[in-house]
Design a protein around this ligand. Structure first.
Ligand code: GLY
Length: 422
């Protein structure tokens, strides 16, 4: 019997822990540090350790005899948690720091895509304000401004006016605190976005079910970018023809390009796609981990044994594996704090969770109070997933479950999945 460690505390990590705990070969899943949802999940136990405390995590794995660690968030991956585990001979599923640069540095990724002829938007990189402003004035709008480092989904501004573009540049490159900062300025790509996530072992890969995230805060895809306000699976825009193009033009050349560059990519690779009217896909971004909230609806459809797949990837055996996927639709709706992605308070009691009979509630920003009740502790608080044989059934299950749940500042989008029906 196996013991698994999941590193992280968000909705994605609850979904990873829940999926790992379903394995009949798993006796217990530890989550560091986890949230109130993982604390209450059968076979799952939280351990109060920071995801960046690599010596603490390694000591935990030794003490508890953990056979496999799965890393959820990008920050420890970019900082080298897999390298640290490998140096101790401990199996840890995720890309090494060199490979995690695909998310850690947008400038690195754009240069990689250009070098290997992988389709993406034209771009330029700047580390000084004045030339960046000149470039924006010369290119015109709409235009996309991306801060180079990790920004929890908030470092991207799609500027529809020159004023917005210049303001974003001022914020990212102006002032003394921006010293050493870089921005990538990209041509705006028209089309529909989709999330395409694969599990890679350095040579082979398995494509997970497609999904579509809703990054804007408000209905109708309005308002500021967030980490994601909801997601559903599959994404109809990724037809089988589009999927074949994604594999041929993007996924295979990316993994091959990484190998050519001496980078062994083992872990989840999240390809953020823009698909134009002709069905041609281009790369918007890479992430070095599973998407959040995509993990919640996608993993709800995956029937295969997740820890066994991670082990196969670590041993370079993914070529022998297949993915068993439930043909159902899933819709995940994020319940956030009203002021998210701005500042928000913590500690609001959440009620009604026990009344949810249908659908699965994944926790993100939650904690258990001293009395054992569930309260808020983050901007994205919960993700409620509904499942059904038709999109409308999955949607109805998710929104039906939400009617049972309350916290004071609760806010959510009413239109998750709207592109599935339009
Ligand atoms: N949902 C977008 C992301 O995980 O980055």
């Amino acid at each position: 019997m196996k013991k698994i460690l999941v590193i992280g505390s968000g909705g994605r990590e609850h979904a990873l822990a829940w999926a790992a705990a379903r394995s009949p070969e798993v006796v217990e899943v530890l989550v560091a540090p986890g949230n109130a949802g993982t604390a209450q999940e059968p076979k799952v136990r939280n351990v109060a350790l920071d995801p960046m405390d690599f010596p603490g995590l390694i000591a935990l794995v030794r003490k508890e005899d953990v056979s496999l660690t799965i890393v959820g968030p990008e920050a420890p991956l970019v900082a080298g948690v897999v390298d640290a585990f490998e140096a101790e001979g401990l199996p840890c599923f995720g890309p090494r720091a060199a490979a995690a640069q695909l998310e850690g540095s947008k400038a690195f990724t754009k240069a990689f895509l250009a070098r290997h002829g992988i389709p993406t938007a034209a771009y330029a990189v700047f580390d000084a304000l004045a030339p960046a402003q000149d470039y924006v004035r010369a290119q015109g709008v709409p235009i996309v401004i991306k801060a180079d480092g990790l920004a929890a989904g908030k470092g991207v501004v799609v500027a529809m006016t020159e004023q917005d573009a210049l303001a974003a540049l001022e914020q990212m490159l102006g002032g003394e605190e921006a010293s050493g900062a870089q921005v990538v300025i990209e041509a705006f790509m028209a089309g529909e976005e989709a999330s395409f996530i694969v599990m890679a072992d350095g040579e082979d890969f398995l494509a997970f079910p497609t999904s579509q995230d809703h990054k804007r805060r408000f209905d109708g895809d309005e308002g500021p970018n967030t980490g994601g306000m909801g997601a559903y699976s599959p994404a109809p825009v990724v037809t089988s023809e589009v999927e074949a193009r994604v594999l041929e033009r993007i996924v295979r050349p990316t993994l091959q390009g990484l190998r050519q560059d001496g980078i062994h990519y083992r872990g989840f690779l999240y390809v953020g796609l823009m698909i134009d009217e002709a069905g041609d896909p281009r790369v918007v971004e890479f992430n070095c981990r599973f998407g959040d909230p995509e993990a919640q609806p996608v993993l709800t459809r995956v029937r295969s044994d997740l820890p066994s797949l991670c082990e196969a990837a670590l041993e370079g055996r993914l070529g022998e594996c297949t993915l068993d996927v439930d043909p159902a639709w899933t819709v995940g709706v994020v319940l956030a704090m009203e002021s998210y992605p701005g500042n928000y308070p913590s500690g609001e009691p959440i009620s009604g969770l026990d009344e949810v009979a249908n659908g699965k509630v994944f926790h993100a920003g939650t904690r258990l109070s001293a009395e054992g009740t569930v309260e808020t502790q983050g901007g994205r608080v919960l993700c409620v997933v509904g499942k059904g044989s038709a999109f409308e059934d999955a949607r109805a299950e998710a929104y039906g479950a939400i009617q049972k749940i309350t916290f004071k500042s609760m806010a959510y989008r009413r239109d998750i999945g709207h592109r599935a029906t339009s």
